[in-house]
Design a protein around this ligand. Structure first.
Ligand code: IPD
Ligand code: CA
Length: 260
């Protein structure tokens, strides 16, 4: 049985996704602004965020909000917060690539309680609640059990214009490419984590992410039986933004091989 909290999150994401699907089918009319080198925001990001915010703040008027497209909003209850990415994968979205998602996490007293990652075009709804497991469209999901790197598909981010450490990335690729079944780059960190949780990929790592990219995904992976940890010996902290995650065996192998 889903809790009232996750039900409110599902309602907000479903409502916001109707406008998103409409925008996706009319991309030629999309207004695009840029926040920095290769960092875009569309009118659709803002509209989606507003709809989600309206729904969630109506249900939880005292909660705080951390959202990609605005400054943090501090509610009268600073210990309960939603962490929201209205479109994770904005560049994909702008290019007519359906691999993007709404990501919503709920944190209470510094613990992730509920997570939602919704892909509006494929209608895949990933949800998780602390201690209750992770689900894709109501079916329980688990991380993959593959133990060998040679059978594994890894997913990561690739540095691009103004983002990331190109030399480090190339060093890591040189080590991994000869040893794995495949390496992918999807353009949505939230979906990458959801897909690791569902066992479609075996592990994910990326640096320089924001809390809204990964908060929901972190709980999703843990509730699917996987592990998440920070890069550079840090904890699996969403505020750090450098994470590596996956099933236990592949994660441990990767930690030995990468500069983490
Ligand atoms: C981006 C995606 C992408 C990751 C970038 C993020 P956005 O989020 O998650 O996969 O590589 O670092 O910024 O900008 O599309 O919300
Ligand atoms: Ca994002």
């Amino acid at each position: 049985m889903d809790s009232p909290l996750i039900n409110v999150m599902i309602k907000a994401a479903k409502k916001a996704s109707r406008g998103l699907r409409r925008d996706f089918n009319e991309l030629e009319n999309l207004q695009v602004m840029t926040k920095g080198p290769a960092n875009f925001v569309t009118a659709a990001d803002i509209r989606t965020q507003n709809t989600i915010y309206d729904e969630l703040s109506y249900a939880k008027p005292d909660w705080s909000f951390i959202m990609e497209e605005s400054k943090p909003i501090r509610g009268s209850n600073p210990n309960s917060k939603f962490i929201i990415d209205p479109i994770d994968g904005t560049t994909n979205f702008m290019h007519g690539n359906p691999n993007f998602a709404i990501s919503i996490a709920a944190e209470i007293d510094n613990k992730l309680e509920a997570a939602l990652i919704y892909s509006p075009i494929t209608d895949e709804m990933f949800i998780a609640e602390r201690g209750k497991g992770a689900f894709l469209n109501d079916k329980r999901i688990r991380v993959a059990s593959r133990k060998k790197l040679s059978e594994s598909i890894l997913i990561t981010g690739i540095p691009h214009l103004g983002r990331g450490d190109i030399d480090l990335f190339l060093r890591e690729m040189k080590i991994l490419i000869p040893e794995v079944a495949g390496i992918r780059r999807s353009g949505s960190a939230a979906l990458d984590l959801a897909w690791v949780a569902a066992g479609r990929y075996d592990a994910f790592w990326e640096r320089g992410l924001a809390s809204w990219d990964i908060a929901a995904g972190i709980l999703m992976i843990k509730e699917a039986g996987g592990y998440v940890q920070g890069i550079n010996g840090k904890d699996s902290d969403m505020w750090d933004g450098n994470i590596i995650s996956g099933n236990e065996d592949i994660l441990n192998t990767l930690i030995e091989k990468l500069e983490v």
